[in-house]
Structures are given as structure tokens and as C-alpha cells.
Design a binder for this molecule. Structure first.
Ligand code: AMP
Ligand code: MG
Length: 318
């Protein structure tokens, strides 16, 4: 079992045809057993050996792979983990070194994010070593993740295509190929929730991962619109127990630590998502008990970033 970097976050992987090794990943992470793993491949041809790839799936893979893009497809090879499921989530990572390693393994690599279940995914080698040194068989050293949030997951095994997890590849880009793309209420941002979705108390999750509160540090995450974020900062900005991440802190030019506060100023949504999980890790390490996060901007990257911030700020699954 090996921890390896991808362009999104670090993964913890085992050969997809080795069920025992794949099951060990669940033990190490404390991952619920009904949440399947993404299989990582070196090429589209390798995916075609174990899944049914129709024309639209092929187009999507050609457009968005290698990259932060996962497709759920009908599985044709029952030996691939998880054996009992007729579907398989597939992804081709961007870094050629990682693809060469997968190719050399002679099997796809089933891998969830390398973190303890429910916590933020890891994006820094130092965090990976702290959590996994001595626990896994190896840590592959290659370029660290630069996108910072997990891949977009798109389901193609239902009557209509479904966005199962937002990410860097946004629904607007997917709609060029899939005009009938459905975004389930469960992953719609709260600020865009329609009236009828509020009354939808229970639902059947389309992707098992949708059920769980996720990406959350020990510190309480508080997500605030810019205006409230700024007024809260000016009132509580000197409280040493709190941490802040956002675009703007008024006209102040800030040092990283202000009166015992941890403050991180980001340039745009892309920069924000690249730094978010590492910031969460640092805040937990240093014992901050609350992290104030500014709402993402109405620009590229908002969909995935807002989803992660809302899930991290949730007290339980809603
Ligand atoms: P992680 O690997 O922790 O980043 O999470 C993988 C995501 O892909 C989770 O949200 C899973 O629920 C989802 N996923 C993996 N395999 C499938 C599948 N066969 N069908 C639907 N969703 C899947
Ligand atoms: Mg994960």
C-alpha cells in the first residue's frame, strides 16, 4: 500500500485486483465500508479493458483526462475492487510520473484520498509523513498536489448524467457535452437551494460519499459572506484562538500571524482551494478552535470550493 501525490490531493492506493490490500485501506482510514474507491489508470485504453466506455464517456475522457476528473462507468471486469459493485469510478492522474508508476504496477490503483475519514484531504508531504510514515508500505515522492481539492465525480450509469461531486472541472464545462446534466440537491450550495429542496428531508445517496460530513478539521469552520467576514474580523481579529482565510482584510497588509491569530490572504478561488486543506491542518496542529472562512467569489473555482467549505462547516449531514 502506497501513498502518492496527484494533482488534486494525496491518495492512498493498492492494486485494484488485490481485494485484501484494498480492504486494508478502509481500516487505516476508518472509511465507511459502503464508500467505494476510485480506480486510477495510466490511459483511456487501460480503462476500456475493465469498463464499458460509450461514445460520450470517450469524448469526456478525451477532453478532461488526464486531469481532476472521475467518471463512474459500468464495470466489465468483476475482479476490480469493489467486486460486488457493477459500477467503477475511474480517473487518470495528470502527473506522467504517477501514470508511469501505475503502468508499472500492472494493475489499476484503487485509491481514496490519503487522510483519516472525514478529515480534510492532505496536500503537503509533511502532513502525509506525519500521518502515514510507518503505517503504509511506501510513500511515493513526486510533485505535490497543486489544485488542492478532490476530483470532480460524474456519474454516467444512470438514465441521466449526474454530478456526484463538484471539483475543478465545473458543471458549466460538462454541460457542453451533457446538456441534461443533473446536479442533485444534496450537493447544491445552500445559497442556491430551492424551496422544494429544503423540504427534501431524506434522500437516497447516488454516490455513497455524499452521506458523510467531510473535509472537516477539529476546529469549528465558520463560513461567512464578505461583509460579515470583514466586520467579524474587525471585531474579533485580535482573538488569539481564531484563524482566518479570505481575500480581503480591509486595507490592512497582514503578517501571517497577527496578535496570535493565523491569517491567510488568498488571491482568488483557485489560490484559495490550493491552500485550504493545508491551512486547516496547520490550524489544528497549532490548536486554533475556530476558523473563519470568507465566501468564495463569483468566479472560476466557486463550485468545488464552496462545496468543500460548506461540508467542512456543516455540523452534521443536512
Ligand atoms: P475519495 O476517494 O475519498 O476522494 O472519494 C471518492 C468519491 O467517489 C466518493 O465520493 C465516492 O462515493 C465516489 N465513488 C467511488 N466509486 C463510486 C461508484 N462506483 N459509484 C458512485 N460513486 C463512487
Ligand atoms: Mg476522500
Amino acid at each position: 500500500m502506497v501513498v502518492f501525490p496527484t494533482e488534486t490531493v494525496f491518495g492512498i492506493g493498492a492494486a485494484s485486483d488485490n481485494e485484501d490490500a484494498c480492504l486494508r485501506i478502509y481500516q487505516i482510514k476508518g472509511r465507511p465500508s459502503d464508500n467505494p474507491l476510485i480506480a486510477h489508470f495510466s490511459s483511456i485504453d487501460a480503462i476500456k479493458k475493465v469498463c464499458y466506455v460509450n461514445e460520450v464517456a470517450n469524448q469526456l475522457l478525451c477532453e478532461f483526462s488526464p486531469g481532476p476528473f472521475t467518471l463512474v462507468l459500468p464495470k466489465t471486469d468483476p475482479k476490480i475492487f469493489p467486486k460486488q459493485l457493477p459500477t467503477l469510478a475511474v480517473r487518470i492522474p495528470k502527473n506522467p510520473v504517477i501514470r508511469e508508476w501505475i503502468e508499472a504496477c500492472g494493475s489499476p490503483i484503487s485509491a481514496p484520498s490519503a487522510n483519516l475519514s472525514g478529515r480534510p484531504s492532505l496536500t503537503r508531504m509533511t502532513d502525509v509523513v506525519r500521518y502515514f510514515d510507518g503505517i503504509v508500505d511506501g510513500i511515493l515522492i513526486a510533485e505535490e498536489p497543486n489544485l488542492g481539492i478532490e476530483s470532480t465525480v460524474l456519474g454516467l450509469t444512470t438514465e441521466v448524467p449526474v454530478l456526484l461531486r463538484p471539483g475543478s472541472i465545473e458543471s458549466q464545462a460538462l454541460r457542453r457535452f451533457l446538456p441534461n446534466l443533473v446536479i442533485p440537491n444534496e450537493i447544491k450550495s445552500k445559497d442556491s437551494k430551492s424551496e422544494d429542496s429544503k423540504t427534501n428531508q431524506s434522500f437516497v445517496p447516488l454516490s455513497p460519499g455524499m452521506k458523510y460530513k467531510h473535509y472537516a478539521p477539529n476546529a469549528k469552520v465558520v463560513l461567512l459572506e464578505t461583509e460579515i467576514f470583514l466586520s467579524t474580523f474587525s471585531k474579533q481579529g485580535m482573538d488569539p484562538k481564531f484563524a482566518w482565510i479570505g481575500f480581503s482584510f480591509g486595507s490592512k497588509t497582514l503578517p501571517e500571524v497577527l496578535g496570535g491569530n493565523r491569517v491567510l490572504c488568498v488571491a482568488n478561488n483557485i489560490d484559495y482551494m490550493a491552500k485550504l486543506y493545508a491551512f486547516f491542518e496547520s490550524c489544528d496542529l497549532e490548536g486554533y478552535n475556530r476558523i473563519y472562512c470568507e465566501m468564495p467569489r463569483e468566479e472560476e473555482g466557486r463550485e468545488g470550493l464552496l462545496n468543500r467549505l460548506e461540508k467542512a462547516a456543516a455540523t452534521s449531514f443536512e
